[in-house]
Design a protein around this ligand. Structure first.
Ligand code: ARG
Length: 401
């Protein structure tokens, strides 16, 4: 049953989304607020805190555990595409469509058509969240109060105090943090200055190079059809594997990323990330692909992967081009089955070996020590190699260019 007096707020428990609750009542005229927090692996304390605040602020609150779905359907899809945008594994980007999907599912069940979210007008998330909701519920009405009212942080704080919104934790926070199992992003404060050296306190999942474990650790990862299935011989569910690998790789200081990033609307921003598991998995996956795919597939797939990553960064999860690219990617991944051995040490992950039944490598052909490959047969092809380039060089000399 449709009820026009109800609105579903995509809720993190932070300042932006918390002030949306009284705002929805006072300024937007809704009587009932439903809040939804999607657990994609953020700090469990934040999830609990969101539920507590929702209770204080009198909403009907839902917490949805989407961790396994996030890794299986979103992170693994991205891994198969070697998902990367300007050096960033897109942890925040690929969680937004899932958050939108879960919000849309709950809204559908409750017969709610109105949504609200706390995104500002400067970032990428507004595009990702709104696209995700609209693609699944075309008739959705979506409010973005922070953007619509061009709010400043000080206005938000004042409004929160006036309306008894608990904000103590928000006041203590210097950094703006977004977390899920694929990575942790830290922005804001002086980090916005491209030449400000990130202080050690912003990192929570990774040790610094100096304080990371003093001896290296070997790791064995098994993949089936492009998806990680085993860590050091132990079969693990997708989310459990990532949680464990985040811990292991974080101890070795792996996965710190500091980049200048071009946001969708053209803003260049400084971003810091911690993505230990994603960093290791991306490296291992690529190593296995390089063993089993043909040279032509590897070259062409790099182009496909880059296009896929751009669409994923923009949150166009249900775009037809993206789905068509995935059809190609999936076809290549059938053979990405095998194991990769890695070494973790002092912020660096090194590939040490790879095996697969689908390896296109032949020791007999590549070795320096066999005669299966008759070297003499290469003579003609070497002689004709670079024919056009050589002709061009001669022409240049002749014409005195
Ligand atoms: N720039 C990244 C992205 O658009 C991450 C943004 C994360 N947000 C945050 N409040 N830290 O995907």
């Amino acid at each position: 049953m449709e009820n026009l007096n109800r609105v579903l707020l995509v809720y993190s428990g932070g300042l932006d989304t918390s002030i949306c609750i009284p705002l929805m009542r006072q300024e937007y005229g809704y009587q009932e607020i439903v809040t939804v927090t999607v657990d994609v692996g953020q700090d469990p304390k934040d999830i609990l805190q969101a539920a507590e605040k929702a209770k204080i602020l009198g909403t009907r609150h839902f917490t949805v555990d989407a961790k396994e779905e996030f890794i299986k359907d979103f992170c693994w899809t991205s891994l198969k595409a070697n998902g990367d945008y300007q050096g960033y594994p897109m942890s925040t980007s690929i969680a937004r469509p899932l958050i939108a999907k879960k919000a849309a599912e709950i809204a559908k069940n409750l017969g709610i058509k109105a949504f609200a979210h706390g995104c500002t007008g400067k970032g990428n998330d507004q595009y990702r969240i709104e696209f995700g909701i609209r693609v699944l519920l075309p008739e959705a009405v979506i409010h973005a109060p922070v953007r619509e009212r061009n709010m400043t942080r000080s206005w938000e704080i004042e409004y929160a105090i006036k309306n008894h919104v608990p904000i103590q934790q928000s006041l203590e926070k210097i950094w703006s943090i977004d977390e899920n199992l694929w990575g942790r992003s830290i922005e804001g404060g002086r980090l916005e200055e491209p030449d400000f050296q990130p202080p050690e306190e912003i990192f929570q999942w990774t040790k610094s190079q100096e304080s990371s474990l003093s001896s290296p650790q070997n790791l064995n990862l098994r993949f089936e059809s492009g998806e990680p299935v085993e860590l050091n011989g132990e079969k693990l569910s997708p989310a459990k594997l990532v949680i464990k690998l985040n811990e292991i790789a974080g101890q070795h200081g792996i996965g710190r990323i500091d980049i200048m990033e071009d946001r969708m609307m053209g803003l260049k921003v400084r971003e810091n990330y911690e993505c230990p598991a994603a960093t290791v998995l991306l490296k291992a996956h690529k190593a296995l692909e390089n063993l089993v795919l043909t040279r032509e597939e590897i070259r062409f797939k790099a182009i496909i992967d880059q296009e896929w990553s751009r669409l994923a960064y923009e949150g166009l999860w249900w775009d037809p081009l993206k789905q068509n690219l995935e059809a190609f990617i999936e076809a290549t991944q059938k053979r990405v089955t095998g194991a990769v051995q890695l070494k973790l040490f002092k912020g660096v992950v090194t590939v040490q070996g790879r095996t697969s039944d689908w390896a296109l490598y032949s020791e007999d052909l590549a070795s320096f020590d066999t005669t299966t490959f008759d070297q003499r047969e290469s003579t003609g092809s070497v002689k004709n190699f670079g024919l056009q380039s050589r002709m061009f060089e001669q022409l240049k000399n002749k014409k005195g260019m």
